[in-house]
Write a protein that binds this ligand. Structure first.
Ligand code: GDP
Ligand code: MG
Length: 166
């Protein structure tokens, strides 16, 4: 019998992506981001729409508490409906951040015009999307936004099904 060869590089990684509230109001941007998710071979593992409370936004962005943009950021993130996704892909964390482009929109527009932030970004605060920056951040973010999602269990039971579709 043949046993499929599974290398570390064929393993899927999870990341947490989000379309921020100002952008979910614009169908053209939502469609554009969703097309980018699909055309870059991400699987949508979970998705939901939710209004993030100020308390939840503060927990999510705790590491930025002392930054000058913190209040603006919390106000934005709790101002309406966010679209939140758990995405799977090889190197999902790095790839999603690459596709989003630089945090600062003016930089994204100049050096990465085809990135999400380059195409759809409005200001440094309203830069369209979020993406986890590390496995640790992903775990923290998923526990805040998808508290019922068990990362270890997904790797044990679901990852293989996504992978075998390749
Ligand atoms: P990200 O991981 O690329 O989203 O960037 P950070 O974790 O550094 O910052 C979190 C969020 O805070 C960003 O996505 C922006 O919405 C906002 N932000 C970051 N830097 C700035 C800044 O210099 N000015 C303003 N107005 N907002 C910022
Ligand atoms: Mg960040």
């Amino acid at each position: 019998s043949r046993v499929p060869i599974i290398t570390a590089s064929s393993c899927l990684e999870l990341t947490l992506a989000m379309i921020k509230p100002h952008a979910t109001k614009v169908p053209y941007i939502v469609k554009g981001v969703q097309n980018i998710i699909i055309s870059n071979d991400f699987y949508i593992v979970r998705s939901k729409q939710m209004t993030i409370s100020p308390d939840l936004a503060e927990a999510f962005y705790k590491e930025h508490k002392d930054k000058f943009f913190y209040n603006r950021l919390i106000t934005l993130m709790s101002s309406g409906i966010s679209h939140v996704y758990i995405l799977a892909r090889q190197n999902a964390i790095k790839k999603w951040r690459e596709i989003m482009g630089p945090t600062k929109v003016f930089k994204a527009k100049i050096s990465h015009p085809h990135s999400i932030r380059g195409q759809f970004g409005l200001t440094d605060t309203r830069n369209v999307t979020h993406g986890s920056d590390s496995v640790e951040s992903f775990k923290k973010e998923v526990s805040l936004l998808f508290p019922e999602f068990n990362v270890n269990k997904w790797y044990e039971t679901e990852e293989i099904h996504f992978r075998s579709n390749n």
